[in-house]
Design a protein around this ligand. Structure first.
Ligand code: 13P
Ligand code: SF4
Length: 310
Protein backbone atom coordinates (compact mmCIF):
# COMPACT_ATOMS: atom_id res chain seq x y z
CA UNK A 1 0.00 0.00 0.00
CA UNK A 2 1.27 3.46 -0.97
CA UNK A 3 2.56 4.91 2.36
CA UNK A 4 1.32 8.39 1.40
CA UNK A 5 -2.27 7.18 1.14
CA UNK A 6 -4.63 8.57 3.79
CA UNK A 7 -6.09 5.28 4.95
CA UNK A 8 -8.84 6.93 7.02
CA UNK A 9 -10.05 8.83 3.95
CA UNK A 10 -9.79 5.78 1.67
CA UNK A 11 -11.64 3.50 4.09
CA UNK A 12 -14.40 6.08 4.56
CA UNK A 13 -14.70 6.42 0.77
CA UNK A 14 -14.95 2.63 0.30
CA UNK A 15 -17.52 2.43 3.10
CA UNK A 16 -19.86 4.81 1.25
CA UNK A 17 -19.13 3.45 -2.21
CA UNK A 18 -19.84 -0.17 -1.21
CA UNK A 19 -22.52 0.42 1.45
CA UNK A 20 -20.27 -1.34 3.96
CA UNK A 21 -20.33 -1.22 7.74
CA UNK A 22 -17.26 -1.72 9.94
CA UNK A 23 -17.96 -3.58 13.18
CA UNK A 24 -15.04 -3.57 15.62
CA UNK A 25 -14.42 -5.32 18.90
CA UNK A 26 -12.97 -3.36 21.84
CA UNK A 27 -9.74 -5.36 21.54
CA UNK A 28 -8.88 -3.90 18.15
CA UNK A 29 -6.05 -1.39 17.82
CA UNK A 30 -7.14 2.22 18.51
CA UNK A 31 -7.06 3.35 14.84
CA UNK A 32 -9.49 0.60 13.87
CA UNK A 33 -11.78 1.47 16.77
CA UNK A 34 -11.74 5.09 15.65
CA UNK A 35 -12.80 4.34 12.09
CA UNK A 36 -15.43 1.73 12.99
CA UNK A 37 -19.19 2.41 12.65
CA UNK A 38 -19.86 0.35 15.70
CA UNK A 39 -17.54 -0.74 18.53
CA UNK A 40 -18.76 -3.27 21.03
CA UNK A 41 -18.59 -6.53 22.92
CA UNK A 42 -19.48 -9.90 21.42
CA UNK A 43 -23.19 -9.53 22.17
CA UNK A 44 -23.47 -5.99 20.79
CA UNK A 45 -21.56 -6.98 17.67
CA UNK A 46 -23.89 -9.97 17.05
CA UNK A 47 -26.95 -7.75 17.43
CA UNK A 48 -25.49 -5.18 15.07
CA UNK A 49 -24.61 -7.88 12.49
CA UNK A 50 -28.16 -9.24 12.67
CA UNK A 51 -29.82 -5.83 12.20
CA UNK A 52 -27.64 -3.90 9.77
CA UNK A 53 -28.93 -2.97 6.31
CA UNK A 54 -25.43 -2.60 4.87
CA UNK A 55 -24.50 -4.87 1.95
CA UNK A 56 -21.06 -5.70 3.32
CA UNK A 57 -20.06 -6.34 6.94
CA UNK A 58 -16.38 -5.74 7.54
CA UNK A 59 -15.60 -7.50 10.77
CA UNK A 60 -12.68 -6.02 12.66
CA UNK A 61 -12.41 -8.78 15.21
CA UNK A 62 -11.59 -12.48 15.12
CA UNK A 63 -12.76 -15.40 13.01
CA UNK A 64 -15.50 -16.77 15.31
CA UNK A 65 -17.06 -13.28 15.50
CA UNK A 66 -17.12 -12.93 11.71
CA UNK A 67 -18.59 -16.45 11.44
CA UNK A 68 -21.33 -15.47 13.89
CA UNK A 69 -22.07 -12.37 11.78
CA UNK A 70 -22.28 -14.57 8.66
CA UNK A 71 -24.67 -16.98 10.39
CA UNK A 72 -26.89 -14.08 11.45
CA UNK A 73 -26.78 -12.33 8.05
CA UNK A 74 -26.10 -15.13 5.53
CA UNK A 75 -27.22 -13.06 2.55
CA UNK A 76 -24.54 -10.45 3.26
CA UNK A 77 -20.89 -10.45 2.34
CA UNK A 78 -18.83 -10.73 5.56
CA UNK A 79 -15.16 -9.77 5.36
CA UNK A 80 -12.36 -10.31 7.90
CA UNK A 81 -9.15 -8.30 7.32
CA UNK A 82 -6.94 -11.28 8.22
CA UNK A 83 -8.26 -14.85 8.08
CA UNK A 84 -5.54 -15.93 10.51
CA UNK A 85 -7.19 -13.83 13.25
CA UNK A 86 -8.34 -16.87 15.21
CA UNK A 87 -8.79 -17.39 18.95
CA UNK A 88 -6.94 -19.69 21.37
CA UNK A 89 -10.17 -20.31 23.25
CA UNK A 90 -12.11 -21.32 20.13
CA UNK A 91 -9.15 -23.51 19.07
CA UNK A 92 -9.19 -25.29 22.44
CA UNK A 93 -12.46 -27.00 21.48
CA UNK A 94 -12.17 -28.77 18.10
CA UNK A 95 -15.66 -29.89 17.02
CA UNK A 96 -14.81 -33.60 16.38
CA UNK A 97 -13.31 -33.98 19.88
CA UNK A 98 -16.21 -32.12 21.44
CA UNK A 99 -18.69 -34.38 19.64
CA UNK A 100 -16.98 -37.44 21.19
CA UNK A 101 -17.05 -35.76 24.63
CA UNK A 102 -20.80 -35.12 24.30
CA UNK A 103 -21.42 -38.85 23.85
CA UNK A 104 -20.57 -39.27 27.55
CA UNK A 105 -23.28 -36.80 28.56
CA UNK A 106 -26.33 -37.55 26.39
CA UNK A 107 -28.82 -36.02 28.84
CA UNK A 108 -27.04 -32.65 29.19
CA UNK A 109 -28.01 -29.36 27.60
CA UNK A 110 -25.01 -27.79 25.82
CA UNK A 111 -24.24 -24.14 26.51
CA UNK A 112 -21.32 -22.68 24.55
CA UNK A 113 -19.58 -19.38 24.96
CA UNK A 114 -19.74 -17.53 21.62
CA UNK A 115 -15.92 -17.80 21.46
CA UNK A 116 -16.08 -21.11 19.58
CA UNK A 117 -16.12 -22.25 15.96
CA UNK A 118 -19.25 -22.26 13.80
CA UNK A 119 -19.03 -26.05 13.73
CA UNK A 120 -19.05 -26.20 17.52
CA UNK A 121 -22.15 -24.02 17.47
CA UNK A 122 -23.90 -26.74 15.43
CA UNK A 123 -23.38 -29.02 18.48
CA UNK A 124 -24.67 -26.39 20.92
CA UNK A 125 -28.17 -25.83 22.34
CA UNK A 126 -27.74 -22.27 23.60
CA UNK A 127 -24.93 -19.84 23.00
CA UNK A 128 -23.90 -17.07 25.42
CA UNK A 129 -21.51 -14.17 25.71
CA UNK A 130 -19.91 -12.82 28.87
CA UNK A 131 -22.67 -10.18 29.04
CA UNK A 132 -25.61 -12.60 29.09
CA UNK A 133 -24.04 -15.86 30.38
CA UNK A 134 -25.71 -15.65 33.82
CA UNK A 135 -29.15 -15.00 32.25
CA UNK A 136 -28.66 -17.86 29.80
CA UNK A 137 -27.74 -20.34 32.58
CA UNK A 138 -30.61 -19.09 34.75
CA UNK A 139 -33.06 -19.64 31.87
CA UNK A 140 -32.38 -23.40 31.96
CA UNK A 141 -34.74 -25.46 34.21
CA UNK A 142 -33.11 -26.44 37.52
CA UNK A 143 -33.45 -30.19 36.93
CA UNK A 144 -31.64 -29.95 33.59
CA UNK A 145 -27.95 -30.97 33.59
CA UNK A 146 -25.58 -28.62 31.74
CA UNK A 147 -22.30 -28.82 29.83
CA UNK A 148 -20.48 -25.53 29.47
CA UNK A 149 -17.79 -25.04 26.79
CA UNK A 150 -15.15 -24.02 25.93
CA UNK A 151 -13.94 -21.65 28.69
CA UNK A 152 -13.27 -23.36 32.04
CA UNK A 153 -12.59 -20.02 33.76
CA UNK A 154 -15.86 -18.40 32.69
CA UNK A 155 -17.53 -21.74 33.48
CA UNK A 156 -16.13 -21.81 37.03
CA UNK A 157 -17.24 -18.20 37.53
CA UNK A 158 -20.76 -19.09 36.32
CA UNK A 159 -20.96 -22.10 38.66
CA UNK A 160 -20.16 -19.76 41.55
CA UNK A 161 -22.52 -17.05 40.38
CA UNK A 162 -25.56 -19.23 39.54
CA UNK A 163 -25.03 -22.10 41.99
CA UNK A 164 -25.51 -24.56 39.08
CA UNK A 165 -23.30 -27.59 38.82
CA UNK A 166 -21.98 -27.79 35.26
CA UNK A 167 -19.64 -30.12 33.38
CA UNK A 168 -16.84 -27.91 32.01
CA UNK A 169 -14.76 -28.30 28.87
CA UNK A 170 -11.08 -27.65 29.61
CA UNK A 171 -10.43 -24.57 27.45
CA UNK A 172 -9.05 -21.11 28.19
CA UNK A 173 -8.06 -17.80 26.62
CA UNK A 174 -4.30 -17.28 26.39
CA UNK A 175 -4.63 -13.53 27.09
CA UNK A 176 -6.71 -13.88 30.25
CA UNK A 177 -4.59 -16.68 31.67
CA UNK A 178 -1.31 -14.76 31.83
CA UNK A 179 -2.05 -12.30 34.62
CA UNK A 180 0.27 -12.41 37.63
CA UNK A 181 -1.40 -12.51 41.03
CA UNK A 182 1.78 -11.38 42.73
CA UNK A 183 2.42 -8.44 40.39
CA UNK A 184 -1.21 -7.33 40.64
CA UNK A 185 -0.96 -7.43 44.46
CA UNK A 186 2.17 -5.26 44.33
CA UNK A 187 0.52 -2.84 41.88
CA UNK A 188 -2.54 -2.58 44.11
CA UNK A 189 -0.30 -1.74 47.07
CA UNK A 190 1.40 1.00 45.05
CA UNK A 191 -1.99 2.35 43.94
CA UNK A 192 -4.13 1.96 47.07
CA UNK A 193 -7.02 3.98 45.61
CA UNK A 194 -7.14 2.10 42.32
CA UNK A 195 -9.97 -0.36 41.74
CA UNK A 196 -9.04 -3.74 40.34
CA UNK A 197 -11.55 -4.92 37.71
CA UNK A 198 -11.47 -8.09 35.61
CA UNK A 199 -13.05 -10.01 32.75
CA UNK A 200 -14.59 -13.39 33.73
CA UNK A 201 -12.25 -15.21 31.33
CA UNK A 202 -9.53 -14.64 34.00
CA UNK A 203 -8.57 -17.42 36.42
CA UNK A 204 -10.42 -17.76 39.73
CA UNK A 205 -7.53 -16.46 41.91
CA UNK A 206 -7.39 -13.27 39.82
CA UNK A 207 -11.19 -12.81 39.88
CA UNK A 208 -11.09 -13.20 43.68
CA UNK A 209 -9.19 -9.89 43.89
CA UNK A 210 -11.59 -7.92 41.67
CA UNK A 211 -14.13 -5.39 42.95
CA UNK A 212 -16.01 -5.71 39.64
CA UNK A 213 -16.17 -8.60 37.15
CA UNK A 214 -17.80 -8.13 33.76
CA UNK A 215 -17.73 -8.29 29.98
CA UNK A 216 -15.83 -5.62 28.05
CA UNK A 217 -18.98 -3.46 27.89
CA UNK A 218 -19.61 -4.11 31.58
CA UNK A 219 -16.06 -3.07 32.47
CA UNK A 220 -16.26 0.07 30.33
CA UNK A 221 -19.57 1.15 31.86
CA UNK A 222 -18.29 0.40 35.35
CA UNK A 223 -15.28 2.71 34.93
CA UNK A 224 -17.66 5.49 33.85
CA UNK A 225 -19.96 5.24 36.83
CA UNK A 226 -17.50 4.36 39.59
CA UNK A 227 -16.25 7.32 41.63
CA UNK A 228 -12.72 5.84 41.56
CA UNK A 229 -10.11 7.81 39.64
CA UNK A 230 -7.74 4.93 38.96
CA UNK A 231 -8.32 1.40 37.66
CA UNK A 232 -6.17 -1.69 37.19
CA UNK A 233 -7.77 -3.56 34.31
CA UNK A 234 -7.40 -7.33 33.81
CA UNK A 235 -8.46 -7.93 30.23
CA UNK A 236 -7.06 -7.29 26.74
CA UNK A 237 -5.52 -3.81 26.74
CA UNK A 238 -7.46 -2.59 23.66
CA UNK A 239 -10.43 -1.72 25.86
CA UNK A 240 -8.34 0.98 27.59
CA UNK A 241 -8.74 3.17 24.49
CA UNK A 242 -12.50 3.50 25.00
CA UNK A 243 -12.14 3.74 28.80
CA UNK A 244 -9.74 6.65 28.42
CA UNK A 245 -11.96 8.33 25.82
CA UNK A 246 -15.05 8.02 28.03
CA UNK A 247 -13.24 9.21 31.19
CA UNK A 248 -10.30 11.41 30.18
CA UNK A 249 -9.67 12.47 33.79
CA UNK A 250 -9.21 8.89 35.05
CA UNK A 251 -6.10 6.68 34.98
CA UNK A 252 -6.18 3.17 33.52
CA UNK A 253 -3.40 0.68 34.18
CA UNK A 254 -3.28 -2.65 32.31
CA UNK A 255 -2.92 -5.57 34.74
CA UNK A 256 0.61 -7.06 34.49
CA UNK A 257 1.25 -10.50 33.01
CA UNK A 258 3.39 -13.19 34.68
CA UNK A 259 6.10 -13.15 32.03
CA UNK A 260 8.04 -9.93 31.42
CA UNK A 261 8.20 -10.66 27.68
CA UNK A 262 4.43 -11.05 27.35
CA UNK A 263 1.79 -8.37 27.09
CA UNK A 264 -1.96 -8.50 27.46
CA UNK A 265 -2.70 -7.78 23.83
CA UNK A 266 -4.42 -10.59 21.95
CA UNK A 267 -2.05 -11.74 19.17
CA UNK A 268 -5.05 -12.74 17.05
CA UNK A 269 -7.05 -9.54 17.47
CA UNK A 270 -3.92 -7.53 16.69
CA UNK A 271 -3.38 -9.25 13.34
CA UNK A 272 -5.91 -6.79 11.92
CA UNK A 273 -4.35 -3.49 10.91
CA UNK A 274 -5.71 -0.37 9.24
CA UNK A 275 -3.82 -1.34 6.10
CA UNK A 276 -5.36 -4.82 5.98
CA UNK A 277 -8.77 -3.29 6.67
CA UNK A 278 -8.33 -1.03 3.66
CA UNK A 279 -7.14 -3.86 1.40
CA UNK A 280 -9.95 -6.17 2.42
CA UNK A 281 -12.52 -3.47 1.67
CA UNK A 282 -10.91 -2.67 -1.65
CA UNK A 283 -10.70 -6.29 -2.87
CA UNK A 284 -13.69 -7.60 -0.87
CA UNK A 285 -11.46 -10.39 0.40
CA UNK A 286 -10.93 -12.45 2.54
CA UNK A 287 -14.57 -13.39 2.76
CA UNK A 288 -16.20 -15.67 5.33
CA UNK A 289 -17.87 -18.59 3.56
CA UNK A 290 -19.78 -21.22 5.51
CA UNK A 291 -21.62 -24.32 4.30
CA UNK A 292 -25.42 -23.91 4.34
CA UNK A 293 -25.91 -26.68 6.92
CA UNK A 294 -23.50 -24.94 9.32
CA UNK A 295 -25.37 -21.65 8.94
CA UNK A 296 -28.75 -23.31 9.47
CA UNK A 297 -27.77 -25.54 12.41
CA UNK A 298 -25.27 -23.13 13.94
CA UNK A 299 -27.53 -20.13 14.15
CA UNK A 300 -30.19 -21.91 16.22
CA UNK A 301 -28.13 -21.55 19.41
CA UNK A 302 -27.37 -17.90 18.61
CA UNK A 303 -31.06 -17.10 17.98
CA UNK A 304 -31.93 -18.72 21.34
CA UNK A 305 -29.32 -16.57 23.05
CA UNK A 306 -30.62 -13.40 21.42
CA UNK A 307 -34.20 -14.27 22.49
CA UNK A 308 -33.09 -14.76 26.11
CA UNK A 309 -31.10 -11.55 26.27
CA UNK A 310 -33.54 -9.16 24.57
P1 13P B 1 -16.69 -9.65 25.38
O1 13P B 1 -16.28 -8.42 24.62
O2 13P B 1 -18.02 -10.14 24.92
O3 13P B 1 -16.62 -9.43 26.85
O4 13P B 1 -15.65 -10.82 24.99
C1 13P B 1 -14.33 -10.76 25.27
C2 13P B 1 -13.50 -11.61 24.38
O5 13P B 1 -12.67 -12.37 24.79
C3 13P B 1 -13.65 -11.55 22.96
O6 13P B 1 -12.66 -12.27 22.38
FE1 SF4 C 1 -9.74 -15.40 21.87
FE2 SF4 C 1 -8.73 -14.51 24.13
FE3 SF4 C 1 -8.10 -13.31 21.87
FE4 SF4 C 1 -10.59 -13.06 22.87
S1 SF4 C 1 -8.71 -12.31 23.77
S2 SF4 C 1 -10.02 -13.49 20.75
S3 SF4 C 1 -10.85 -15.08 23.81
S4 SF4 C 1 -7.59 -15.44 22.42
Amino acid sequence: VDPTLDLFEEINRLKKEKNAIILAHYYQEPDIQDIADYIGDSLGLSREAANTDADIIVFAGVHFMAETAKMLSPQKKVLLPDLKAGCSLADSAPAPLFKKFLEKYPDHVVVSYVNCSAELKTLTDICCTSTNAVDVINSIPLDQKIIFAPDKNLGAYLIKKTGRDMVLWNGACMVHEIFSNEKITKLMLRHPHAEFIAHPECEEHILAKASYIGSTTGLLKYTQKSPAKEFIVATEAGILHQMQKASPDKVFIPAPPENNCACNECPYMRLNTLEKLYLCMKHELPEIILPDWVIQQGRVCIDRMLEISQ
